[in-house]
Design a binder for this molecule. Sequence first.
Ligand code: ADP
Ligand code: MG
Length: 721
Amino acid sequence: MKETVDQDWLEQSIIVLKGVGEKMLERFSKRSLFSLNDLLFHLPLRYQDKTRVISIASLRIGDSALVTGKLLSCKTHYARSAVLSCEIDDGSGVLSLRFFHFNKQQVVGLSRALEQGKWLKCFGEIKRGRQCLEIIHPEYRVIDQHQTIQLEESLSPIYPTTDGLSQLAIRNAVIPVIEQLKTQMANTKGDSITLVKDYLPPAIRQELQLPSLLEALIYLHAPPPDCAVFELVEGNDPYRQSLVFEELLAHQLSMKQAYQEQKQYHAPPFLLAASKNIARPYSEQFLQQLPFELTQAQSRVLADIASDVSDAHPMQRLIQGDVGSGKTVVAALSALYAIENGFQAALMAPTELLAAQHRDNFQQWLEPLGLNVAWLSGKSKVKQRREALESIADGSAQMIIGTHALFQEEVVFHDLAMVIIDEQHRFGVHQRLALLQKGLNKGLPKERHPHQLIMTATPIPRTLAMTAYAHLDCSIIDELPPGRTPVETVVLGEQRRDDILQRVHQACLKGRQAYWVCTLIEESEVLQCQAAEKTYEQLCLQLPDLAIGLVHGRMKGDEKKAVMASFKQGELALLVATTVIEVGVDVPNASLMIIENSERLGLSQLHQLRGRVGRGSQSSACVLMYGSPLSKNGKSRLMTLRETSDGFEVARKDLALRGPGEVLGTRQTGLAEMKIADVIRDQHLIPGINTLAQRLINDYPETVEPLIKRWIGHKVDYKNV
Ligand code: ADP
Ligand code: MG
């Protein structure tokens, strides 16, 4: 390592560290750890407390604790593998220790070492055992009863690791870096700390009473012996919080920056039809032909959109609206704003089925206005495709609808000015960017970007939205169209299948239509489709007098289309489907839904599925069937759905259970990839951070870039979602 320490010291490759060679370097790089600085910001996830011995009586489940005690007994029994169980007693209580999966020889060795009456020191996570608390596979050592226990001086940090990169390797690498920083801090008495530059302006640090960055880093990597152990172990000591704060701030800044970068671009400002300066006010005509009035919420969101698109910079708006809240009409009107100004609009949907539904709707709505709707899917035939491409390129198609096929190389738009994306979280980052690139018109003096509208049916709580969607303006459709009858949700075990079958049968004979949804744990589409095929055959046998259809993801586009069409027209009474029908399918007469193995799906997904019924005026029901035995947690999840039909409430519960990465489907947003912050646990910080981020951008713009670089580095993906 370099002896002289200067500003660039931390920029050095970790190869300067003792014990880090080429091989190690490669392992570190797998976790994006290249420089000493990267290492410094690779923060411990949690801590092990070996600073004190805990009495058995005061152990808490879930803690990792150091315990001593006298061996009361030691038994071996052989189940599928050998299990060795011992009990130790420290005078305050009894703790059980269990070791699994040993071969006979190991067991003999172990039971010889663990002789009754000996004293043990052991460390591990405390779990609930059969008779008393227990540790499974503790670290242990036989000790002398009167021996003073070697305690560690401070908490041991536990770092995130990867295959081939051990806890010890990371610790050994971090220690010399921290030592160097401590020396430096001592030498400069903390007042001219240049090694780790603190980008937060001192005034702000002071105002928020945040400790200095260097202090916080040292504290977290090497907690002092007198540290507040409990707070640190639980993740809410002030040093840790200050870094959590900075990390959330950096994410917020990066998203706001992405937003502002987009706003620098030019977009064509639209005249609004209401201004009467438009020759053919399609949006007005469309509204007149609609068989219903817009809800207040729809009108409010449209007003937001209208105001955005009359600006000369691209709209970047997200619409959150519960399933069935009427987002499609809003999308259609937004598209018409572009079209009546002489531009093209494109709508991209994540699945073939959803895209096809949109196409049907838009054709029905737009063709009477004399407009052309072009259709592009991965499965379009050669001739159709060529024609579609031509109409997109020469501008004769004003509205373009499709799947990700929309952003393939050969698609050239004539004059795209509005991009609408449905169910955004199903698209990858690059897909959305590719479509945006399509709208660029490089012939104009300044690069021109299209307006963007993104629609999501997973409404999330406000603080989370502030983080996840800080790069978008958000509007919420918080009202369902009138006349909807709430869906009655029933939770039933699989053993009631026959009853359910009868119920479906009766309902269908009375002219109702039903969905029968098949699920699988595996994300494997093939298996899911096979399961649906099997169920379909079975139901055809059991209910021979009903017209039953089947739709799944591996069917040809035309086949799927035909089945959906005949279901929509009421020719089929029962539709067996995979979760392909989760989004967008709209058949108002369908009023009954059976979901098999519903315990396998996430709450938000179930809520989406359920949203396919309850769209007409008749009362609807959704049966959540579960395979037994159902865990307690599984049951309470299903009960949530029985009790609420509010998408926000469902999302809140789902977030608490599965975390934001899963629910938003946005592992790539970086929300799930933060180093130490946790958007759920730390959400109370978010409103303050949101305000501060704006303040930094306005008053201390020079701090923005370095903060982003430090915490997010080269992970560009995230801000572009
Ligand atoms: P989602 O928000 O789930 O995409 P849709 O746009 O598919 O919802 O709308 C659901 C149903 O409600 C559709 O049949 C649509 O025609 C109907 N709808 C939309 N807006 C209204 C309204 N203001 N009044 C009555 N029905 C409406
Ligand atoms: Mg929809």
